[in-house]
Design a protein around this ligand. Sequence first.
Ligand code: NAP
Length: 293
Amino acid sequence: MKFAVIGDPIEHSRSPEMHLPVLQKVDPEAVYEKVQIKKGGLAAWIEKVKAERYKGFNITMPHKADILPLLDGLDEEAALFRSVNTVVNRNGKLYGYNTDAGGFLLSLTESGNALKDRKILLLGAGGAARTIALKTLLEGAKAITILARRPEQTETLCTELREIAARSSSRGCDDAIKGGALQDIAQYAGENPDIVVNATPLGMAGTEAAFSDLTFLKKLPEHTLVYDLIYEPAETALLAEAKRTGHKTQNGLKMLEYQALLADLLFLDRETDPDAMRLTNKKNTLERAVAEK
Ligand code: NAP
């Protein structure tokens, strides 16, 4: 079986080392390639996938949205998120999924946290923030506040979230969805969020950009979880300071591992029932699901 991850840049991707151990449990000969595809190169890649019968591939920046019109079928959440990170080739037809959101949820479940009935403070309004905001809404969070440096970016996302919330009475209430400026974070930290999620690259290895002021952490209630989607470095300045202020912390590594594992289950047509998956809170339980089926 042949698999790949596509993106640009791609050379630093850790996907092969994450996927191969699981895929090779089922097919010891399985291969997983890193393929650089530049923007505009997706149509040719799709032809290659079909001609060379790749069983599936993962997608990273900048193609997660651009791939949508080229697929034969889309999972419901991937369609809602307008973001695909996993494609499965079933008899020459390509089906798109998003496992980032499921990975985020499973990482929270594993650390004993949940989104349902929680107040979420989300920093950033880009691609990852959008997926997480929508998943948070679908999971029945009590309130979502999104802060970004560009007000128009938060407003677009909040409007979309409110429209989705309005279509479903069971999915929170729209006046609990609001946006604000990242520079006013101290004010929002004082509104008792249960989970703060950093979905900006502030503090990421290889970037100069960093939070200019972390004193907002002192305004958070004691029980607040500070979750940074960044996994390199393992402990960002945000997480180090959150530890000092006595808060629980989590980095993005488990999310990364779980999104890969969920993708492998799809690649191998071994995805378990989604409800069972949601209840599962151990990675090795999922690995067993692969091995046993
Ligand atoms: P993105 O689409 O580029 O969005 C980034 C967001 O951060 C945007 O709102 C952007 O605002 C904002 N931002 C960028 N630079 C900033 C700065 N200097 N000051 C304030 N805000 C800034 O990126 P993404 O794909 O959502 O990724 C966001 C982060 O999540 C990255 O660190 C990525 O590595 C991480 N991530 C982790 C996982 C995981 O599995 N753990 C998965 C996905 C993403 P502008 O639009 O104004 O620039």
